[in-house]
Design a protein around this ligand. Structure first.
Ligand SMILES: C[S@@+](CC[C@H](N)C(=O)[O-])C[C@H]1O[C@@H](n2cnc3c(N)ncnc32)[C@H](O)[C@@H]1O
Length: 227
């Protein structure tokens, strides 16, 4: 499989970004924070591809028990350290590949994907769906926040694997019962990719939020595992 980017380099600051990666916004994505506020989350929670894990840490601070599974050692170390510093023993982090992890069969009541889906190679999607479905308890709920096609310029050579609604429904609906797919936003610090600075095309011109972050078009998918 060809990775979308060198994730560990991105976190170590020696990748294509000058400084922290644009998705490190220091808090949960607003669409997922809204799910938490609406009482949609039940323990145990899996934060799939958790990165620096502000989502896991916010959930743990609210009393949820959370496991973050993340590919890069750098992010796992940072998330573990942050949990320790905040006294959150109910947040634990595991370094593993989400497309083939095992050891959590039937465990999670909620699975959250905060911008992971488009970070995987397309050929990794089915393994990812199989793995998280196996790790889900009967009746578990699954939420995916993913870039919609058109979030980035078509000419951009290296970019996330944005989705259209049909391909998202096809990949997830093979295993899960889909409840809703609706338009949403992913908030990110910009510029999103160093490549854009020297590119011959215009970077995306999406609206910004009240904190100056760009609001990229996305989908929020909600699904559940039948009882
Ligand atoms: C765009 S970042 C989002 C991070 C975090 N969820 C957030 O919202 O800030 C995508 C994350 O997925 C992780 N990732 C990519 N491929 C993965 C894989 N096969 N297994 C687990 N994590 C993966 C990356 O290392 C990165 O931390």
């Amino acid at each position: 499989m060809t990775d979308v980017m060198d994730w560990d380099s991105a976190y170590q600051g020696d990748g294509e970004f000058q400084g922290p990666p644009p998705w490190n916004i220091g808090e949960p994505q607003p669409e997922l924070a809204a799910l938490i506020a609406a009482g949609k989350i039940r323990s145990e929670v899996l934060d799939a591809g958790c990165g620096y894990a502000e989502l896991s840490l916010a959930l743990a601070a609210d009393g949820y028990t959370v496991v973050g599974i993340e590919l890069t050692p750098t992010a796992v170390v940072a998330a573990t350290k942050a949990a320790e510093e905040r006294g959150l023993s109910n947040a634990t982090f595991v370094q593993d590949d989400i497309t083939k992890f095992t050891g959590f069969d039937g465990r999670f009541a909620t699975i959250l994907d905060s911008t992971l889906f488009h970070s995987l190679p397309v050929e990794g999607r089915d393994g990812y769906q199989q793995s998280v479905f196996r790790a889900a308890a009967p009746g578990a709920h699954y939420y995916i926040l993913v870039f919609a096609k058109g979030a980035f310029p078509a000419e951009l050579q290296q970019k996330p694997n944005e989705v259209d609604e049909d391909e998202l429904r096809a990949a997830v609906g093979k295993y899960w019962s889909i409840d809703e797919v609706r338009p949403a936003f992913i908030h990110a610090n910009t510029p999103p990719l160093e490549a854009m600075k020297s590119a011959s095309f215009e970077p995306p011109q999406h609206d910004r939020d009240e904190k100056g972050r760009m609001k990229f078009p996305a989908f929020l998918l909600s699904a559940h595992k039948p009882d």
